[in-house]
Design a protein around this ligand. Structure first.
Ligand code: FES
Length: 130
């Protein structure tokens, strides 16, 4: 196997941060991520090994990851949308949540949504899972 293929294979595996959390590659590069998710778009990423769905959102300030289940009634954010204030909006009742903090900003008194760090470097776009 060539050295390049060995490197690609190594990068495709999850990188463990601690005993419990791990950094998982979602896209091979920022450019590929930008092609896959348009500005103010959202893509649901399913991590089957953890039975976890994450909504990966793109705004003018970057990429953000939140749990893909609205804290109100569990609608998928993947079918929702983002706004220019870095908020993700649920498609069902349109509650808004900060992509930076997960705090609900509609004044409905809803629980916050879990957020996950997004890391972008020269090897790709990663989401850090708990
Ligand atoms: S299910 Fe998301 S706001 Fe109601």
């Amino acid at each position: 196997m060539s050295r390049q293929r060995n490197k690609e294979k190594r990068l495709a595996r999850p990188f463990y941060l601690t005993n419990k959390s791990m950094k998982v590659k979602v896209f091979e590069s920022l450019e590929i991520a930008q092609q896959a998710i348009p500005l103010l778009g959202i893509k649901t990423v399913h991590f089957k090994s953890r039975d976890l769905k994450v909504a990966l959102a793109r705004t003018a300030t970057g990429f953000y990851a939140v749990a893909d289940a609205c804290p109100h009634m569990k609608a998928s954010f993947g079918k929702g949308f983002c706004n220019q204030f870095d908020e993700i909006i649920c498609p069902l009742h349109e509650y808004r949540f900060s992509l930076h903090t997960g705090v609900e900003g509609s004044g409905q008194g809803c629980d916050d949504v879990a957020i996950f760090p997004v890391v972008i470097d020269e090897t790709g776009l990663y989401i850090e899972l708990p």
